[in-house]
Design a protein around this ligand. Sequence first.
Ligand SMILES: [Zn+2]
Length: 245
Amino acid sequence: MKADPSLQHRLLDLQEADTREAQIAHRLATLPERAALDAITADLTALDAAIARARADAEGIGQELSAAEGEVEAVRTRAARNRARLDAGQGSAKDLQALTQDLESLAQRQHDLEEVELEVMERAEQAEAGLAEFEGARGPLVARQDGALAATGTATAQLEDERSQVAARRAGIAAEIPAALLALYEKIRATSGSGAAALRQRRCEGCHLELGASDLDRVARAAEDDVLRCEECRRILVRVNESGL
Ligand SMILES: [Zn+2]
């Protein structure tokens, strides 16, 4: 294949644009800003689950507390009624004795229930404090998520912007290159990742191998418009001023 040396040089510009596009695509796929955002979002999801659990716990203990308070209240009411009857002195001596005994056992029962109530109250306080702590952590985490979202958006927009510029530049270069040469370049690029490489200091910049004496001789004797290939990596080998021929 033959192509004007200036067009062969344009293949290097095309390769540079393709390399930059690949770098941008890789960068977009592995953005540290996105990784940070994903980590914060995962933390927030875990925190929301913890808040939901803590809220359910607190509600459950709140119901326990209401029940305990109700029981204490019921015992107090019954004790007050008995005391009123005793004070009124109504009923037989046997009745009054029974009331007195009942009052004693009610006092013990009230004491026991109040102990339970106190224990539940302490657990309710702990549960509410835990819930408040989780809820308090949410705001700062959401703020961090907003910041990470903005940083990801900015980084993505910058890279997308550069990608459009590179794509436009690449389209301009590709339009200059004859169809057959471009097709060869694309075919090699599809299998090797890059289609053309400069020969610099007797080294192919595609595979980084130094050309042997016979290959160098072949390259040196080739016509300027001959399209050459690296014998090692098969990329289009483009001669430049520093080829070392
Ligand atoms: Zn090579």
